[in-house]
Every structure is written in structure tokens, then in C-alpha cells.
Ligand binder design. Sequence first.
Ligand code: PSV
Ligand code: MN
Length: 388
Amino acid sequence: MTIPTETLALLEQQAIELPSWAFGNSGTRFKVFGQAGVPRDPFEKISDAAQVHKYTGLAPSVALHIPWDLVDSYSDLKKHAEDNGVALGTVNSNTFQDDAYMLGSVTHSDPAVRQKAIDHHFECIDVMNETGSRDLKIWLADGTNYPGQDDIRARQDRLADSLAKIYERIGDDQRLVLEYKFFEPAFYHTDVPDWGTSYAHTVALGDRAFVCLDTGHHAPGTNIEFIVAQLLRLGKLGSFDFNSRFYADDDLIVGAADPFQLFRILYEVIRGGGYGVDSGVAFMLDQCHNIEKKIPGQIRSVLNVQEMTARALLVDTDALAKAQSAGDVLGANGILMDAFYTDVRGDLASWRESRGLSAEPMAAYAASGYQEKIEADRVGGTQAGWGA
Ligand code: PSV
Ligand code: MN
């Protein structure tokens, strides 16, 4: 075994939250490809998410997106999740698909539109109270397309005001997490474009407000692990939306485009105290599987995160600290790279078996017959999709 027992014990603490929307159809603005067996409702999405946990032991909760996951009874959905061995997690608001929000939601100049967006967040908090969710995650599509289109400064003031009203409504055990993104759908300016803006607003809100870092929401070349280190240092890193990007906000499988970046991010998470059950940092996926099958796509994703976490935990931190303080540039870099280049797959497979899981979750799922069953059973109805 390359992985020491203490490290394996730390891996026990890993929990990755799955996005309900990853199980629905998705695509690009050019085409959404329908796939056989895709869920028709939130209950079926939860059943599929539970398969990922069943084969990996890594994904005990599922994030909801409202209104995509609206149901008549959240206690029924919660019970369905529990019966399937998972829990309901973060509730994501959605103010990007209603005609009223074309020029903005919580930043809109019309107080009636702002109130509509605030009321939507109140509705999300009602859902959280029923599901027992801790986090309300807010990503805003608000922004402008042309210089001069609206008053950027006034929009910040309206944003602060609206967020304060939403924050006031969350319970003592709940948190507000504000996600940033530098562009899209707005292309000139975005109202929460970067971690600094999200940080400024969450500091103004209070102790239960945090920043959400979506790995796909940065300009090419951005040093994301630096942002991780800084937010942990400031006590404001609330959650991750993990995914991979080659070009824009591609929402591809985490670790697929740049496993080394994922390793560096996870190294800073561990270094900064963001890893472990009590850290308060939520590790979520925010992905869409446009051409691959959804459940295996999610299995591969959580395994990628586990693999890079194991490698990051292998960094010889004492030796690294010594090399760093001695100014040994290449030695320090070599210590980090040694951990990154360690192949942990065999060890993780044996460890999985020792916990009663399959050594090879991808193969075990493929052999289980679940995929064939949902493809045969789920005929008729309207398939869930990005936006339905
Ligand atoms: C926006 O691009 C985003 O990252 C937000 O988290 C949304 O809620 C999610 O994607 C929708 O897929
Ligand atoms: Mn996201």
C-alpha cells in the first residue's frame, strides 16, 4: 500500500454532493440530446443519484434546483431519498429562466421584479425548511451586455439590499452561499463576476454567508488554488461547484480537463483546513453530461475527486515545509510533484473492497443491469432536462 492508514481514514470523511440536474438531459444552445432512461421527475433523479453513492460510497447527498425540482411534497421526496440511502442537500435558486428577469433579477431597477426574485428565494428557504437543507446557493445571471446599458454601481446597491432581505430569512443553522461567474449570459458586465465581489457581499451580510467557487467560472489561466487559499484564510469558502472546462463554462467531468489543477486545488483545501466533516466546506459537482451517460458520468466524477484528494493527502508536508524554508525551489516543487504522480488507483480499489464496496465502481454499475432497467422502464412522460 502506498497510501498510509491515517490517510485512508481521512478519505472516509469525503462526501461529494451530486447535482440533481446532472441526471436530466442537457446540451448546448445548439442541441440537447435526449437519452433513454433519463428521469421524468425529481424522484427518479434521486433514485439515479443514489446509484452513484451505492457504488462509490462517496456521494451521500443530492442538491436540488428550484423550480426544476418542484414537487408537491418535500417530505415525500426526503423520505424517498432516505429510503435510497441518500439525503437532500443544497437548494439552488433560479432567477435565470423567467422572462421578467431579462434585464436582471435581484438587481433589476424595477422594485416589483426585485421583489419577485426575493420571493423566489423565500420559496427556496421554505423548501430548505422541509428538506432540512443547510445551504441556499445563489447564482445570478444578472448583468448587462452593453456599456452604459445600466448603472453598474446602482445595481451593486440593489444587489446588497436584496441579498440582505434574503439573508434575514435564513435560519440560524442555515447558510447563504453566493456563487460568482465572470461572464454568461451577460457579456459586458456581470453583477457577481468574481470572488472579491462575492466576498464583499457575504462579509456585509454576516457570519452565515459564504462564497461558492465554481471551478468553471474563471478566465483561462486563473490560479484557482490561490483563490481557495485566500477564501479559506478569510473563513469565507462555503462550497465548491466542481467541473472541468477547456474553453468557457463547459461543465464537463471534474478532473477530465486538468487533473493537476484539481490536485492543486485539493492540496490548498487540505492545507487551509477546508477538508473534513467539520470544515464547513461543501464539495458539490455542477456538471452536465451532454453526450455521455449520466450515472456513469457522475461515478467517474466522484472517483476523480477522490483520486486527486488521495494524492493531495500524500504530499509530505514536513519535507515540503523544510524545503520551502530552505529556499529549495526545485526540491519543494519535486515534493509536490511526487505526490501528484503517485498512482493511487490500486490502493483505492483495495480500500473500497475492504469497506464492502466494489473495487471497480464503473464496471460494477455497468454489470448491475440498472441502466438497462431504467431504459426499458422509463418510457413515456416528459424527460427532465436542463430547464425542466
Ligand atoms: C451557472 O453557470 C451555474 O454554475 C450555477 O451554479 C447554476 O445554478 C448552474 O450552473 C446551473 O447548471
Ligand atoms: Mn455552478
